[in-house]
Design a protein. Structure first.
Length: 140
């Protein structure tokens, strides 16, 4: 096998591995989401945005899942409550809702941007006990 043929074969193998990784990540993600709704019955839904910005001040624009900033809807209020891992990293949760949000943030933090993009594409990702949907999101 020539070096060029080895390169072609390695690329094909890498493509298969990426497909396999995406499939496994989505399966783990869906199982984890179901577990979150089982463990935190006070959560109706949670969501986050993910997209490739159209302007990056001259830098290369890269896809990013905004998994550190989530919106959660709780059964007791039906209001959207925003949580961010930036402000709560060292803060202990004090309510059941904060515990749920912290667990959701921790779970989302286990996944890479590529896995989010392959699983859900760009938009507003909404997770409920019934499943996960991708909705249009205008990030301009």
């Amino acid at each position: 096998m020539t070096n060029e043929e080895k390169l072609v074969a390695a690329r094909a193998e890498m493509a298969l591995l990426k497909t396999k990784l995406a499939s496994i990540a989505k399966e783990v993600f869906e199982e984890g989401i179901a577990g979150l709704f089982t463990n935190f019955t006070n959560v109706t839904q949670f969501s986050w945005t993910q997209y490739t910005p159209t302007w990056c001040d001259g830098d290369v624009c890269e896809f990013s899942a905004n998994k550190q900033d989530i919106t959660v809807v709780f059964k007791d209020s039906e209001e959207e409550v925003e949580f961010s891992s930036w402000g709560s990293r060292n803060k202990a949760p004090t309510t059941d809702n904060e515990v749920a949000a912290k667990e959701i943030l921790n779970f989302l933090g286990k996944f890479e941007n590529d896995e989010f993009e392959q699983a859900f594409g760009e938009g507003l990702i909404v997770a409920t006990a019934d499943g996960i949907t991708t909705e249009y999101y205008d990030h301009e």
